[in-house]
Design a protein around this ligand. Sequence first.
Ligand code: NI
Length: 140
Amino acid sequence: MEEEITRIGVSLPKNLLDDFDKVISERGYSSRSEAIRDAIRSYLAEYRWLEMEKGDIVGAISVIYDHSVRGVTDAITDFQHEFGNLITASVHLHLDENQCLELVLVRGDMSNIKKLLDKLTALRGVLNVKLITAARFREY
Ligand code: NI
């Protein structure tokens, strides 16, 4: 069955498009359209978990934070104890003088994992929180 195709026009800063074109030519895409379709699929897969209200998932939470902000390191540790039943492992990496990456592997109910994500995201000193799930991909 042939999927219906819609054409869209997009405005982009020139340097963003230049970087995109460079990457897609290195990766061997034959057209921008195909590369943009892939980029949108990746974006949707990345945020698929937002739709999931509950149910068991397996995933990894990455937290990038500035450890020089008072209290943030302790708070991240406290949350991991509070949500200890969800967490299977965590790894800490010192990125530079101030920034740290905490990678936390989780397994459990999505509604609880979302609570942990919300707490981490709200912390002062936390720069970025991402969840990568092993949820099944939808095909486009
Ligand atoms: Ni560190």
